[in-house]
Design a protein around this ligand. Structure first.
Ligand code: ACO
Ligand code: LMR
Length: 267
C-alpha cells in the first residue's frame, strides 16, 4: 500500500493549495461574497469555526476590544519603544515589533492570566477577600488589577464601555461581576487597584465563551489554557504602533536621547 511520508509541519487553519486559500475550510471568495467581517476572519483563523448568527455578539465583542485597545497614547511602554525605534531611523517592522515586544504580564498581556485566575477563583467559590489575600500570600499580583494612571475616582472608560456592553447583551455576566467585586475589595486597599482593561477583557470573554453554545467546556478550558486572549491586545495595539511609526516619520523626529536630568546616576 501507499506509505505516507511523515510531514514536518501539521497545519489546520488555512489551506493555500487550491485555486484560492481557505480559512478553516471557507474560501476567501465566500468570505467576500457573504460580507464576512474582521471578527469572522478572527473566528475562522483563531477559533477554527464560522460563528452562527446567534454568536454575533462574540464577533462584536472582539471588534470592540480591538477598537478600544488600538492605542493609549505615546507614553505607554509599547508606543514609547516604537517611537524611540522609529526615531533611530529603523523601518516599520522593526519599530512595530520593538513596541509589541513590551506586551507582557505588566502591560497589555495580562488578559489570559486575568481570565485564568478569575475563572479559577469564581469556580472555587472564593470570596474576593480570600482570592486577593491568597494571591498576596503567593506573592503574585492579581492580573487585571492595577493601573499607572487610572484610579478609583478616575476609571478607565474602556472598562466601563466593555462592562456596559456585557451587561446589556450577555445572558450572564457572572465572571465580569466577580471581577467587579474583586475590584471593590482591592480598591478598599488602594485607590490605584482598579480593574484594568486587561482584567475587563479577560472576565468579559469568560462570560462570552460560556454564553456562546458553540464552545464546549473542554474548548473553553483549552482557549483559556493556551491563552488566546492576549492576541486581542496584540492585534489591537499593532494598529496604534503602526500609527506611531508613521507619525514620527511624518514629523521627521530626530534620534531620541534620554535627558541626563531624568536619570539618577547612583553609585
Ligand atoms: N495585585 C495586587 N497588588 C497590587 C497589584 C495587583 N495587580 N498592583 C499593584 N499592587 C500593589 C502592590 O502592593 C504594589 O506594591 P509592590 O510593588 O510592593 O508589589 C503597590 O500596589 C504599588 O502599586 P502601583 O505603584 O500602583 O503599581 P505599579 O504602578 O508599579 O504597577 C501595574 C501597575 C504594572 C499595572 C500593576 O498594577 C500590575 O502588575 N498589575 C497586574 C498586571 C496587569 O493587570 N497589567 C495590565 C495593566 S493594563 C494594560 O497594560 C493595558
Ligand atoms: C494601555 O492600554 O496601554 C494602558 O492601559 C497602559 C497605560 O499605562 O496607560
Amino acid at each position: 500500500g501507499k506509505v505516507r511520508a511523515p510531514t514536518h509541519i501539521v497545519s489546520t487553519i488555512c489551506d493555500d493549495r487550491g485555486d484560492e486559500p481557505t480559512y478553516a475550510g471557507v474560501q476567501i471568495s465566500t468570505i467576500i461574497e457573504k460580507d464576512y467581517g474582521l471578527g469572522d476572519v478572527i473566528s475562522l483563523l483563531w477559533f477554527k469555526r464560522s460563528l452562527p448568527k446567534y454568536c454575533t455578539k462574540f464577533i462584536e465583542a472582539c471588534i470592540m476590544c480591538i477598537i478600544l485597545c488600538a492605542d493609549h497614547g505615546p507614553c505607554v511602554s509599547g508606543a514609547h519603544n516604537t517611537i524611540v525605534t522609529s526615531r533611530a531611523g529603523k523601518d516599520l517592522v522593526s519599530s512595530l515589533v520593538s513596541g509589541l515586544l513590551t506586551i507582557g504580564p505588566r502591560f497589555g498581556g495580562a488578559i489570559d492570566d486575568a481570565a485564568r485566575y478569575f475563572k479559577d477563583a469564581y469556580d472555587k467559590n472564593l470570596t474576593p477577600y480570600d482570592f486577593v489575600e491568597s494571591m498576596k500570600k503567593k506573592g503574585i499580583r492579581v492580573p487585571g488589577i492595577g493601573h499607572r494612571i487610572k484610579r478609583g475616582d478616575n476609571r478607565d472608560k474602556r472598562v466601563e464601555l466593555l462592562q456596559h456592553y456585557g451587561r446589556t447583551f450577555f445572558p450572564s455576566v457572572k465572571y465580569m461581576e466577580y471581577a467587579v467585586r474583586v475590584e471593590s475589595y482591592t480598591l478598599s486597599k488602594s485607590n490605584t487597584l482598579v480593574l484594568n482593561v486587561d482584567g475587563a477583557i479577560g472576565s468579559l470573554f469568560l462570560d462570552l465563551l460560556a454564553s456562546c453554545a458553540m464552545f464546549s467546556q473542554q474548548e473553553i478550558d483549552e482557549i483559556v489554557g493556551i491563552g488566546y486572549l492576549n492576541g486581542l491586545f496584540v492585534l489591537a495595539r499593532t494598529i496604534g504602533l503602526i500609527g506611531h511609526t508613521f507619525d514620527q516619520k511624518r514629523l521627521k523626529q530626530p534620534l531620541y536621547r534620554h535627558p541626563w536630568e531624568d536619570v539618577l546616576y547612583a553609585k
